[in-house]
Design a protein around this ligand. Structure first.
Ligand code: BES
Ligand code: MN
Ligand code: ZN
Length: 501
């Protein structure tokens, strides 16, 4: 499917989407189309009594007379004064979803701005194009027996606008953003027999063509560095653990980078503290944090951001076997701190603590953000609407929260304090990897664990994305399945706060 931005002109064939404001308000372009088909659109709206142009309403008019078009779809945007840019993303996304498998090949979306809406025309069009890409995401790779009527037919999506040059300029970086989100969704969707540490590292290597410097460390190198916590998690697996370091140096030479660290448990069986069978297949997406970091690096490098950014992903497979780590084992992390592993299923923090330590020691980042599908408990706290945000820094927290609001990847800040840290005291080592029974606050104690590996007040934020990396609910720009959560958020964080102007 190709997406293009072109000057407004009524198409002669295919299908056309027009936006409509509350009270069946058409824009000048919509009125022109309506006139060309003898008022058929206004009549259709009147006939469909419930269609008022409200937000999210759709009305399909088939073959309106004289137009030559297969369909005109009217997309309600609600009250003109309240329409925001994201509404155009939703129109682009829903339009593509309605027509992908409808037998149509050509879709035009007239992304005009209605009277009363305060939005530049170029922005509306660029966002509609972004929506078309994100909403049109599919993963059909393993469906070899799809019936013809299930197969996508849409070839070209043209976004029509009066501000094509501005729209194209705004869309160029959004196109790279969509590339990043797509990379993440694909990685997270792939099963664990296809995406494991080595193959995920190979996917990271592909960012070289965007100008990213990529290094892959194997178990030998990690052992030399003293990453006993990370290596302990992977020791039960046949697959070799990897640590991938990705550097994008688009900023001032020598300026401290912003760093992203991702949990990449390519499959989490729980290890010897084995998970129940029901639902275990979901643990193929326990590398969602790493996936988001790879996608964000692709977006940031793809649009040539003027910033220095480092992405580090810790890649392991958590398996039970004769060589697996046992409950009660004590490991020494790269920081020198020892950890009593009471539960081998609390493995994410064990790989992150070494990856975080390495990142800070090597890069002295001005900020460090880790992303991890870390705890089931965060789903109890926040469900699937917000990811959990834990941080030692108010400014970074505010920046992240604002970026999340702007991109519709919401965050909710959770507390950290010494009282929670108490739960990690071990009678035999420097800490244990889980708090004792009855302590509660599972997501917070996990974050407290990570905070023990933050060096010298480095501004740090931990995003627990266990509830947001995968979705069972369809949303306009986020179809069911792997959401790509975190890519838009991190990309926006860099764009708004860490780029040279
Ligand atoms: N990967 C899981 C967390 C998770 C659960 C992610 C459900 C997505 C959906 C993590 O490694 C884990 O197993 N956490 C345990 C921690 C516990 C042993 C303290 C959990 O949440 O149950
Ligand atoms: Mn686990
Ligand atoms: Zn896990």
């Amino acid at each position: 499917m190709k997406i293009e931005i072109v000057d407004s002109k009524t198409p002669k064939r295919g299908s056309l989407v027009l936006v409509v404001g509350e009270g069946r308000q058409l824009g000048p372009f919509g009125q022109q189309v309506d006139k060309a088909c003898g008022g058929a659109l206004a009549k259709a709206m009147a006939a469909a009594a419930r269609f008022s142009g409200g937000k999210g309403q759709w009305l399909e008019v088939l073959a309106p007379g004289g137009s030559g078009l297969n369909r005109v779809l009217l997309a309600g945007l609600g009250k003109a004064t309240e329409i925001k840019a994201v509404a155009y993303e939703a129109v682009g996304a829903d339009a593509v979803k309605r027509l992908t498998t409808a037998g149509e090949t050509d879709l035009a979306i007239a992304a005009e701005v209605l009277k009363g809406t305060l939005l530049p025309a170029g922005e509306a069009a660029a966002r509609a194009a972004l929506g078309a890409r994100l909403g049109g995401y599919r993963f059909d790779k393993y469906r070899t027996k799809m019936k013809d009527r299930e197969k996508p037919t849409l070839k070209v999506v043209s976004v029509l606008t009066q501000a094509a040059p501005a729209a194209k300029k705004l869309y160029a970086p959004l196109d790279k953003l969509a590339d990043g989100v797509t990379i993440t969704r694909n990685l997270v969707t792939e099963p664990a027999n296809v995406i494991y540490p080595e193959t995920l590292a190979a996917e990271c290597r592909k960012l070289v063509k965007l100008g990213v410097k990529v290094e892959v460390l194997g178990e030998r190198e990690m052992k030399k560095l003293g990453m006993g916590a990370l290596l302990g998690v992977g020791q039960g697996s046949e697959r070799e653990s990897k640590l991938v370091v990705m550097q994008w140096n688009g900023g001032k030479k020598g300026a401290k980078p912003v760093s992203f660290v991702g949990k990449g448990v390519c499959f989490d069986t729980g290890g010897i503290s084995l998970k129940p069978a029901a639902g275990m297949e979901e643990m193929k997406w326990d590398m969602g944090g790493a996936g988001a970091v790879v996608g964000a690096m692709a977006a940031i490098a793809g649009r040539k951001a003027k910033a220095n950014v480092v992405g580090v992903v810790a890649l392991v497979e958590n398996m039970p076997s004769g060589t697996a780590q046992r409950p009660g084992d004590i490991v020494t992390s790269m920081s020198g701190q020892t950890i009593e592993v009471l539960n081998t299923d609390a493995e994410g923090r064990l790989i992150l603590c070494d990856a975080m330590w390495y990142t800070q020691q090597r890069f002295k980042p001005q900020a460090m953000i880790d992303l991890a599908t870390l705890t089931g408990a965060i789903i109890i706290s926040l469900g699937h609407e917000h990811a959990g945000l834990f941080s030692n820094n108010d400014r970074l927290s505010e920046q992240l929260t604002a970026a999340g609001k702007a991109e519709d990847e919401l965050l909710w800040r959770m507390p950290l304090s010494d009282a929670y840290d108490e739960g990690l005291k071990s009678p035999i080592a420097d800490m244990q990897n889980i708090a004792g029974p009855g302590f509660g606050a599972g997501s917070i104690t996990a974050a407290q664990f990570l905070q023990r590996f933050v060096i010298d007040k480095t501004p740090w934020a931990h995003l627990d994305i266990a509830g947001t990396a995968w979705s069972k609910k369809d949303r306009p720009t986020v179809p069911k399945g792997a959401t790509g959560y975190g890519v838009r958020l991190l990309n926006r964080l860099i764009a708004d706060h860490y780029e040279d102007r």
